[in-house]
Each structure stands twice: as structure tokens, then as C-alpha cells.
Design a protein around this ligand. Structure first.
Ligand SMILES: [Zn+2]
Ligand SMILES: [Zn+2]
Ligand SMILES: [Zn+2]
Length: 495
């Protein structure tokens, strides 16, 4: 456990202080601290009571019993596994790590059962953006010091008389950055409708790309599938203007043969070739959204004209002049986006960002309109905007923040159960050291024993607010140390 002297316990209430002292003075404090460490100092763990018995299948005799009654407070804590950093910094970090492994395995190979050879397959890192819904104040790009927002030497005004020119340089967290110049010119309805159908646009893209590949190879689609299959992993990220972007790793494999799930595709295609087709596929996608009410306009939806599709190469350096990018850099980017998204949006909404507040109000307004104009049950097909209002907190984005095609790499579920097995083994090992080889052997011997779980849900969170403070502070310090280690190891591995 971390040195207690390092904990910053300023700003706590008298009651919390008393609870913390109680905890520290208990005989079983060390055991409690170990429990907290085992769930990675999760901020909102699940509390369970009950027991787990390991039974020998042949004889029915109980080999070992693990019961919550033997633990401090007689409860077992289990991680919340929440992805959002604002809810649980620890689990969010674990999620980010898992996501990184999953994405890296698919991009660089050599991990999680994906062979290293996938890194030499044609691969592209693409960013699919939303179109413009009206001019917004631009924040400067990372690395640029001088990028002015929207300089117009002769001035420019909208039809409401508002200036559309701005000489300022907005930092990323400047309150004006990404706010519309004129709230009446900004097309909030189009923004919301686009966001609502963004998953459909992505789906259409995943259909358009293989079609385009077949066409370029002068083959039918089923012929093309016998030569090359598209796999991808994508994450959604909110931009500061409250609209979602998709970042995707798109990879071309050959068709699976027998045991080889990741064979190389046909020889004469490369990453640059694929990048070109990705750009074309994105540009070709469109969807005619049904109108929200009989009087409302229908929108022909597309992705933004700005399509970034960069070839991914194992040999690419940090600032490759050709625009190529290294597989591990891509995986790290995309894993970062996958936890950032909703958290950033949370803070945007909490900070009373007037633009985001208006997007949300528009979601509710359109939902109300759809509900009144198309009462459920009266029209076929059913009103596609029926659930729109329920997604107001997500600014009408109802899709998955992270998804991947089946063959891209391993799954989050498999990573999680592997870690659970590891943590379980660690919990039962007297010195906290796990013999991984023995663990593998245990797994192989699985049929000889049966694990019987009998757990009841008690609640979520730590037992007292004082405990929660203690855990949160320890967690912050642990992450600080881990953060230092991580930066150092990144510096040595990204060369
Ligand atoms: Zn958690
Ligand atoms: Zn500006
Ligand atoms: Zn205007």
C-alpha cells in the first residue's frame, strides 16, 4: 500500500475523517487495503456476499472454499468495469488498456493470437467526420501557435448581422472555440438528425467499401470476397462542437483457410491503394433520412468532405512525410479516443456550454415533435425517432463508441476473463505472485474441478464515504506512478 503520508486528504468532512481513522485503526486494515488494490481502487465497486467453492468433479469433495464472511466488512468487492473516466478513473484506465491491446493486436499483430504478419497487410487509419452545420470558432490545431480563427480582412456578416470574422487564436479549451458564430444560422436540426443516423452512415460505409474493392478489381462481390476481406475497428469521438467523428483502422485480409484466420490478401494491393478506395467509399455514402414530421424537411445525409485516410505501415516513423503512420501509434490514438469521448462530453454539458445546451434542447424538441406528429402505433413503419429523446444526454448519438468486425482481433470479453482468471489466481496466492505456467496448466485441467459460485448483490460503492475518499486518493497516487512508467516505456518503444 502507498505511504499514507502522501495522501492528500484536505477538503474532507469531519465525518469522512472519522471514517478514515476508523478504517486505518482496524486490525484488518491491511487485508482491506489489499482488497481495494485487487479491484484496482475502483471508484464504484460492486459489493457481493456469498461464497465460491471448488469441487472435485470425480468425487464431489470440496477442495477449497472462498467466502465473503472471511473478508473485512464481510463483503467481496468487484470492479465496476465502467468505461468513463469521470465515473471510475481506474476501470476506465483498464478499459483503455484492454482496448489498446485489442486494437494493437489487430494492427501490429504478435499478441492475443493474432500473427505478426497482419502488420504487412494493406491497412488504413481513417477519420470520418460530420459535415459543417454552420461556421464555428476554430480552435488551433495541436502544434500550431499562430492559427487564426477565421480572418476576413474585408469583414463578413451573416443575414442576422453577426460578424463571421474572428482574428483570435483560440486554445483548445477556450470557451469560444467550436461555438457557432451565429446560433440562428447554425443548423441545429440537421446536426441532430445527422448524429441520430451516424451509425447508419457508418454501416453504409462498411457495405460500400467491399463493393468498391470488387469493382476496382473488376470482380463480382463474391469473387472479390474469395481474395480479400475487410476487417475494421472503430471508435466514436465527440468533437468540441458536439458532433461525433469516427476513427477507424481498416485492414484487408485474405479469406481464412483452415487454421489460418489471418492470411495475407492478394499480392498486388497495398495500403495506399486501400486508402484511395476508403476515401472514395466515404465520399459515396449517403442516406435520405425520413422527416421528423410531415412538415419537416428530410435531409440527405453524408459524411464531411474532409476525409483523412492514411496508409498504416510498420516501417513508418513518427512524422512520415508520405503521411503514413505506424500501427502502434494508430492503436494508441484510437484507444485514447475510446475513453475520452463521453467524459469530455460530460464536462462540456456540466460547464453549461451554451452550444451543447442548444443541441440538447433541439434533440428534445425534435423528439417531442416526432412524438406528436407520429403517434406510436398509428403508422407503418414505426416512427424512427421514437427513442430520440432518450438519447438527449448523448446529444442524439445512439451508436457504439467502440466496435470492431469479428475477424479484426480478440474481444474485450476474452481479455476480461483472462484478467479475471489472473486476478483470481493472484488473490489465492500467499505471496501475490502468479505462476503463469501453472495457471495455464490449471486451465488445461479445468474439467477435473468445478467452480460453484453463489453470490448475492449487496450494493455498489465503498461501504462509507470515508472509504471512498481513501481509495480515490490511493488510486490517484498509484496512477501517477503508473503514468510515469508508461511515458518512459512509450518513449523507448515508439522509435
Ligand atoms: Zn470501477
Ligand atoms: Zn474565433
Ligand atoms: Zn446568422
Amino acid at each position: 500500500m502507498t505511504e499514507l503520508a502522501e495522501l492528500d486528504l484536505s477538503g474532507i468532512t469531519a465525518a469522512q475523517e472519522r471514517q478514515i481513522l476508523d478504517r486505518l485503526l482496524r486490525d484488518d486494515f491491511d487485508q482491506w487495503a489489499e482488497q481495494a488494490a485487487r479491484v484496482g481502487h475502483c471508484a464504484h465497486p460492486i459489493r457481493l456476499t456469498g461464497q465460491q467453492r471448488t469441487v472435485e468433479t470425480a468425487t464431489g469433495s470440496v477442495l477449497s472454499t472462498f467466502a465473503s464472511a472471511s473478508l473485512p466488512d464481510e463483503v467481496l468487492y468487484v470492479r465496476c468495469n465502467n468505461r468513463r473516466a469521470s465515473w471510475c478513473p481506474s476501470c476506465s484506465r483498464t478499459y483503455q488498456g484492454d482496448m489498446w491491446h485489442l486494437l494493437k493486436a489487430g494492427a501490429a499483430g504478435g499478441d492475443k493470437g493474432v500473427p505478426e504478419s497482419v502488420a504487412s497487410h494493406p491497412m488504413v487509419f481513417a477519420t470520418l467526420t460530420a459535415p459543417s452545420f454552420g461556421p464555428v470558432h476554430a480552435s488551433k490545431k495541436p502544434g500550431s501557435k499562430t492559427q487564426r480563427c477565421r480572418p476576413r480582412t474585408r469583414g463578413e456578416f451573416c443575414r442576422h448581422g453577426k460578424s463571421l470574422s474572428c482574428m483570435d487564436i483560440h486554445a483548445e479549451h477556450d470557451t469560444l472555440a467550436r461555438q457557432p458564430f451565429c446560433g440562428d444560422c447554425y443548423d441545429y436540426e440537421a446536426h441532430v438528425i445527422w448524429q441520430w443516423w451516424a451509425p447508419e452512415l457508418w454501416r453504409r460505409f462498411t457495405i460500400a467499401l467491399p463493393r468498391l474493392i470488387a469493382k476496382r478489381l473488376c470482380l463480382t462481390q463474391s469473387q472479390a470476397r474469395r481474395l480479400a476481406c475487410v476487417s475494421f475497428a472503430k471508435v466514436g469521438e465527440y468533437q468540441a462542437r458536439g458532433v461525433i467523428h469516427f476513427h477507424a483502422i481498416i485492414r484487408l485480409d485474405g479469406p481464412p483457410v483452415d487454421d489460418d484466420r489471418y492470411p495475407a490478401p492478394l499480392a498486388d494491393v497495398d495500403s495506399a491503394w486501400l486508402a484511395d478506395l476508403v476515401r472514395q467509399a466515404v465520399a459515396s455514402v449517403q442516406y435520405q433520412a425520413p422527416p421528423v414530421s410531415r412538415a419537416a424537411p428530410g435531409y440527405l445525409l453524408r459524411f464531411g468532405a474532409q476525409v483523412d485516410a492514411r496508409p498504416v505501415h510498420h516501417s513508418a516513423g513518427r512524422d512520415d512525410l508520405s503521411g503514413a503512420i505506424h500501427p502502434e501509434t494508430v492503436a494508441a490514438y484510437i484507444a485514447k479516443y475510446s475513453t475520452k469521448s463521453a467524459t469530455d462530453l460530460d464536462s462540456g454539458i456540466r460547464s453549461a456550454n451554451p452550444h451543447l445546451a442548444r443541441v440538447r434542447a433541439t434533440v428534445l424538441g425534435l423528439s417531442e415533435l416526432a412524438y406528436r406528429t407520429y403517434p406510436p402505433g398509428l403508422l407503418e413503419p414505426p416512427n424512427p425517432y421514437l427513442l430520440l429523446g432518450k438519447w438527449a444526454h448523448m446529444l442524439a448519438f445512439r451508436g457504439h463508441f467502440a466496435s470492431k468486425s469479428r475477424r479484426y482481433s480478440t474481444t474485450m470479453g476474452r481479455l476480461r476473463s483472462a484478467r479475471r482468471r489472473f486476478e483470481h489466481a493472484k488473490a489465492f496466492s500467499p505471496d501475490g505472485v502468479v505462476d503463469v505456467a501453472a495457471l495455464d496448466q490449471d486451465l488445461a485441467d479445468d474439467e477435473t474441478t468445478l467452480v460453484v459460485n453463489d453470490w448475492q448483490f449487496v450494493g455498489t460503492g465503498w461501504t462509507t464515504p470515508g472509504d471512498a475518499v481513501l481509495v480515490a486518493e490511493t488510486s490517484a497516487i498509484t496512477r501517477e506512478y503508473a503514468g510515469v512508467g508508461r511515458v518512459q516505456s512509450q518513449n523507448t518503444t515508439t522509435k
